[in-house]
Design a protein around this ligand. Structure first.
Ligand SMILES: [Zn+2]
Length: 134
């Protein structure tokens, strides 16, 4: 499937979707979004690095107020990508599913689509089945 990406923070590699991050050639620090100067050592020359395919939920809340273009209630989350950067994101999860949300839950990046067009990105929980290792 060929997707049209309109969000400049997204990368599409084969069918996999990533966020456009970067890694410092000097200190190795990984950051998101892509930038020209390392926020850790202030050196330039950062390398593009796909990040954010999966993450862990750190905090979340339910908002009953939403900006234009969004329908409340929204689940707002603070997540830590497996590569290290932390980011605010919307969480795709039914409200009744929030009773099972735990802070250290695995999340996966997913596109927010309008038809076939990708308009943005968010995370959704990967619920573990009983007996599965986290
Ligand atoms: Zn650096």
């Amino acid at each position: 499937m060929k997707w049209e990406i309109t969000d400049s923070q997204l990368l599409l590699d084969e069918e996999e979707i990533y966020l456009r991050g970067c890694q410092c050639k000097t200190c190795g620090h990984i950051s998101f979004p892509y930038r020209r100067v390392c926020p850790n050592c202030l050196e330039g020359g950062l390398l593009k690095k796909p990040v954010g395919k999966s993450a862990r939920l750190k905090e979340w809340t339910i908002s009953c107020v939403a900006p234009d273009g969004f329908v409340p209630p929204l689940i707002q989350a603070w997540v830590k990508m497996d590569e290290g950067p932390e980011v605010f994101s919307l969480l795709s999860c039914p409200l009744e599913g929030t009773k099972d949300l735990q802070v250290q839950q695995k999340l996966v990046l997913h596109p927010i689509k309008n038809g076939r067009e990708i308009k943005g990105w968010g995370y959704e929980p990967v619920f573990q089945r009983k007996g599965e290792k986290k």
